[in-house]
Design a protein around this ligand. Sequence first.
Ligand SMILES: [Zn+2]
Length: 239
Amino acid sequence: MNEGINSTMLGLPPIPSIAEDLIVSRDIMVSEYTGGKIHIAHISTKKSIEMVREAKKKGLRVTAEVAPHHFTLTDDAVKTYDTNTKMNPPLRTQEDLDEVYRGLKDDTIDCISSDHAPHSLEEKEAEFEHAPNGIIGLETQVGLALTELLHKKVLTLEKLIEKMAINPRKILNIPVPKFEIGQNADFTVLDIDEIWTVDLSKSKSKSKNSPFDKKLLTGKAVAVVNKRKMFYQDKFIKL
Ligand SMILES: [Zn+2]
């Protein structure tokens, strides 16, 4: 877990934020030296975000991504010793979360992605120190982003879609789907005001390792159209 007052109180071996900051700093320097592109995945510390902001100001080809748990939870969540709060990088502090919001607002952070990491119940039911890192995220990422970022006015809907669906494709040079005659229309339908409760017992994933069970969310992906197949809530419709 994150190094700080909570790790001291809980007696868990800590990971200081400098562990992340050093690698981000090194990689930005390598990018500056080589002129190459670098993408920082799962950014989580205040200082790392500040370094990416400075690198972008210098015109370096640096992009960054944040996972939903790093804008939703702090290391206070670890107080339960729930191994579903164990991830890498670890959950950080409110100060770090505030910088994540700033970074999302000023486009220092380009992307939001699920960091989906399924683990079986047996693996996660170990002591905190021995449990594997990571949580599932595919079914909660849209709801968490709409609840924490759109409805709390961190991002507009346009910006949120850009960070979840458009920027990742741009960074990976994958074409952004367009509505065009003769082309398959691939898209997701969002109900931004649907209020729902996460229920892991109904999750489609084989793994249930999520700290968001029973969390009340506002906003949901209600349908997906992909490769001429449509999934609407629980129904599957072939087009
Ligand atoms: Zn990951």
